[in-house]
Design a protein around this ligand. Structure first.
Ligand SMILES: Nc1ncnc2c1ncn2[C@@H]1O[C@H](COP(=O)(O)OP(=O)(O)OP(=O)(O)O)[C@@H](O)[C@H]1O
Length: 552
């Protein structure tokens, strides 16, 4: 295992662009601007700014700063600003607006950066080009800004505040870092597993260029391992000693959904074994830095496939519980997955695409066209256990950050839950309430979350939630190639919509069982093929914790 620990001062921060003073929305200096906020920039309400301006102190903090040192004058991109520290973050107010500000709708200095959105701060001295001029001191604050086109896409950026006093910038940097260190949710030590073989085989570069700089600036120690073969990631995780497990805050997959699934399966295997290791593993979080072909996990968690966004969510210590589906095969083997299990079209597509892996992500297009032309449909017996409660609330809401459907039950990692996910899904077949169907299907899918990807930006199941304890069973009955093509063509725009096509059914359930009849397709579970076709699937609400907050 390679062990990487770096100091902030030596970190390459090229991916952090300078915070620009251009924000056409919500400018306090422009009365015409709407009250919409496009970024993380809003004036923190605490403390109130008095007539004199500044009333700051880091409340409740042991090293509460004096009044004078909590406010200071800086320049920000050549313009004077007054800055002060509050208990929530740094407020900035311009001392003067440029003469064109009211007309141009362009000038908007950042007015607040909350601590929870700051990775770190550092003080640097910059020598002046003029020999007689004093050296300038820089207070660099590493943070991010939200894309104006898509809020959930975060771009790393830095704010450079300049002044003449070295003591001042050092003191501010120290105090900002001190507050950040008190945020216990932030990880300090992570196991990063890279699949150099996944997707377009760029995972190593993605780690080095997009994620590692973010982790280094956040002061995270990373132990980096590359997989050598299929299933290696699971072996790495299950091979960790108790002391190693205790030292990590979580495991990060730099690869595709298959790699994430292997790590998840490794983590749940440790939890299933119980004991002290099992208890420690129950509190570890998983992260996904997308570097695969589909990356539905990262896309469903963050709303985009941006690697820097995923790295920022991890570094800032976001945490959300995630539903996990246990898939039990007739052979007795089982697997856990978090996106989708599909039989029929998607299974055949995956089987064909694995033979074309040398083409990279382009293989899916070719394999998809070939499978569509074949037009196969399969006879099967499908049984399902309807989900408890009504579907109306979950179905009417898109899953977003602080989702009201997902948030009420953050599951406890008690003995009961640990025992439940370890027992075979087949046990639930004895429960009352199963509904049985027999038919000929083009495709059968059990979707756990929304399952977003480039091929379906709203998700296969647009009303799927990260933590609602429901499987969305999609039954696509035998239909003509043209009808099926129309169904496929509608997915990128709107996902699978109940009632849109007469040959497509969508059912909310807690468990699904499938027995093939006659000719068989294969199961594709989160991008991996199963060796068995008779399977039982059951969802476990919020079984795993991930470094995410849901889509903003
Ligand atoms: N070094 C390796 N050599 C060969 N195969 C590997 C290696 N490391 C991991 N694998 C296997 O590669 C498969 C695919 O990996 P991964 O999911 O990361 O990429 P992908 O399939 O291209 O992306 P996605 O799953 O998002 O479509 C996994 O099943 C994994 O077991």
């Amino acid at each position: 295992m390679g062990n990487h620990k770096h100091k902030t001062s030596n970190v390459p921060d090229d991916i952090f662009t300078d915070h620009v003073l251009v924000n056409s929305e919500a400018s306090p200096l422009n009365s015409r601007s709407p009250q919409r906020r496009s970024g993380n920039l809003r004036l923190l309400s605490e403390p109130k700014v008095s007539e004199e301006g500044l009333a700051p102190s880091i409340s409740g903090h042991s090293a509460a700063p004096s009044k004078t040192s909590s406010e200071a004058a800086f320049t920000l991109r050549g313009r004077p600003v007054r800055a002060w520290l509050t208990s929530l973050g740094i407020n900035l107010v311009p001392c003067s607006a440029p003469w064109w500000a009211p007309w141009a709708n362009l000038y908007h200095p950042p007015d607040c950066i909350p601590f929870e959105e700051i990775l770190s701060a550092c003080a640097r001295e910059r020598s002046s080009t003029l020999p007689c001029a004093a050296h300038q001191q820089h207070l660099i604050i590493y943070t991010f800004k939200r894309s104006r086109r898509k809020q959930c896409v975060w771009k790393p950026c830095r704010l450079v505040l300049k002044c003449k006093s070295a003591e001042l910038v050092q003191e501010w940097a120290m105090r900002i870092n001190m507050v950040i260190r008190t945020e216990t949710q932030r990880p300090t030590n992570l196991l990063v597993i890279i699949n150099p073989f996944g997707g377009a085989r760029k995972a190593r570069n993605i780690w080095r260029k997009k994620a590692e700089p973010v982790f280094l600036l956040a002061g995270i120690k990373s132990t980096v391992v590359e997989t050598q073969r299929a299933d290696h990631a699971k072996e790495i995780v299950t091979g960790l000693s108790l002391s190693e497990l205790q030292s990590f805050d979580g495991f990060i997959a730099v690869g595709g959904d298959g790699l994430f699934q292997e790590i998840l399966n490794g983590l749940l295997a440790i939890r299933g074994n119980g004991g002290q290791a099992g208890q420690v593993a129950a509190h570890l979080r998983l992260g996904h830095i997308p570097a695969g072909s589909t990356d539905a996990v990262a896309y469903s968690l963050n709303g985009c496939r941006c690697q820097a966004t995923a790295a920022l969510h991890i570094a800032l210590g976001d945490r959300t519980p995630l539903d996990v589906m246990r898939v039990d095969m007739s052979s007795g083997a089982h697997r856990y997955a978090v996106c989708v299990a599909s039989y029929g079209y998607m299974g055949d597509l995956m089987r064909t695409s694995e033979r074309l892996r040398f083409l990279g992500p382009a293989r899916y297009g070719l394999a998809g066209a070939w499978t569509l032309l074949r037009g196969a449909a399969y006879d099967a017996e499908v049984s399902y256990l309807p989900a408890p409660g009504t579907a109306s609330t979950a179905a009417s809401k898109e899953c977003r950050a602080a989702c009201s459907v997902c948030s009420p039950t953050v599951p406890s990692r008690d003995v009961g839950q640990e025992a439940a996910f370890m027992s075979s899904s087949r046990k639930s077949l004895t429960e009352d309430g199963w509904v049985q169907r027999q038919g000929r299907y083009k495709s059968i899918m059990a979707v756990v979350t929304s399952c977003r990807s480039d091929m379906s930006s709203k998700g296969l199941s647009p009303h799927g939630h990260l933590c609602d304890g429901r499987l969305h069973l999609v039954l696509v009955h035998a239909s003509s190639r043209l009808q099926y093509l129309r169904f496929l063509a509608s997915i990128p725009r709107e996902g699978v919509q109940a009632g849109k096509f007469p040959f497509v059914e969508m059912i909310d359930c807690a468990a699904v069982h499938l027995t093939p009849v006659g000719a068989q397709s294969c199961w594709n579970v989160d991008g991996e093929l199963l060796p068995d076709t008779e399977v039982t699937m059951k969802v476990h609400r919020g079984l795993a914790d991930v470094f995410a907050r849901g889509i903003e």
